[in-house]
Design a protein around this ligand. Structure first.
Ligand code: IMP
Ligand code: MG
Length: 335
């Protein structure tokens, strides 16, 4: 049966975005012979900072796959700002990246218009990225939206993902590149301090992907947490300023300082379970080593550990049924 041997791996944020999904996606894309890389939700609110062949690149919409010459798709679950998209293409082409023939946009992606941007220009209640993400998804659901296939400038990039994944190719291997994180998911995040897309695994299935094709789900988190937005997230202790400085916790999209806090283990376990993760990357261990404190919240208590090995053992004992990889910020090829 056509398509029966298709394989899909998913990279998904476990916290509030900025967990270094870019690093994991970039690493997987360079190693697993994928035929496609697809962004499956969100829009140019995302920011992936990638070190590619020694060159620092920041992308917002274009999937990391283009850097490896892999066919890359902005999937149906995404929203797209045409100006940003075309600017990002120019930026990447100037950096020597081959775009033509590698980059595609699902024809039923919804478009962010200038009216959406104006509407969000002074938004403060949620602390959005002001990229018009909420208004675009709202108009999609309200059946008032504009589709990519109706935008002439996008005609050369359009793709029908149903044809592509189900009828045209056999034995495809797709890497699904997540944006934002489970803590910002419109269903599961701390509403209303959420984004307007499904950042959970459910978002993948908006993109003509069969659940039977899923092989690995890579959850990506950090040994501490960060959040950008209007709610108070960071406790008023000087230590979090240190974590921010050492961890370079400033937004790739808006430049805003990210609020920091200790890891919440209950939230991490919930994210692993709801998203069926079989692999979990816990990034930035070296940042905490430099900060010199090992702490996490579990069952409403703040626990302190005297040694790195102790916190690792505690996490391994309590986060079950998932293969855990502790990872270092300094090893990044992307973050
Ligand atoms: P929006 O997605 O621009 O509507 O913003 C909603 C919330 O999600 C705000 O708190 C943003 O700061 C946050 N957010 C959206 N995208 C990202 C991201 O890529 N990284 C971190 N936070 C994000
Ligand atoms: Mg980011």
């Amino acid at each position: 049966m056509l398509g029966s041997k298709n394989i899909v791996d998913v990279v998904l944020g476990m916290q509030y975005g900025d967990e270094a999904k870019g690093k994991v996606t970039h690493y997987l894309a360079s190693n697993n012979n994928y035929t496609h890389v697809m962004r499956w939700g969100g829009g140019c609110n995302a920011g992936h900072t990638i070190i590619h062949n020694g060159q620092k690149l920041v992308t917002h919409l274009v999937p990391v796959g283009v850097l490896h010459g892999i066919k890359s798709i902005v999937g149906t679950g995404c929203v797209l700002n045409v100006d940003y998209f075309l600017k990002e293409i120019k930026y990447l082409e100037n950096a020597g990246v081959q775009i033509t023939g590698n980059l595609f946009v699902a024809e039923n992606v919804h478009i962010t218009t200038s009216a959406h941007l104006e509407e969000e220009a002074n938004e403060v209640k949620v602390g959005t990225t002001r990229r018009g993400i909420g208004p675009t998804y709202r108009d999609k659901v309200a059946r008032k939206g504009l589709l990519a296939k109706h935008v002439p400038e996008l005609s050369k990039y359009l793709i029908d993902v149903y044809e592509e994944f189900h009828n045209t190719n056999e034995n495809i291997r797709i890497l699904c590149e997540g944006a934002q994180g489970f803590g910002l998911d419109v269903n599961w995040g701390d509403y209303p301090y959420v984004t307007s897309s499904q950042c959970a695994l459910s978002g993948v299935f908006q993109n003509a992907i069969s659940p039977h094709w899923i092989r690995d789900v890579w959850g990506v988190g950090k040994i501490y947490e960060t959040y950008v937005g209007a709610k108070q997230f960071e406790p008023s202790e000087i230590i979090f300023q240190r974590i921010r400085e050492i961890g370079e916790e400033y937004g790739a999209t808006t430049g805003r300082a990210r609020q920091c806090n200790w890891l919440n283990l209950n939230e991490l376990i919930k994210a692993v379970k709801i998203n069926s993760c079989n692999n979990l990357v816990i990034n930035k261990m070296d940042v905490m080593r430099k900060v010199g404190h090992w702490k996490l919240y579990h069952d409403n208590k703040l626990l302190s550990f005297t040694k790195e090995q102790h916190i690792k053992s505690y996490i391994l004992d309590n986060v079950k049924n998932v293969y855990i990889h502790f990872s270092e910020h300094k090893d990044r090829i992307a973050y």
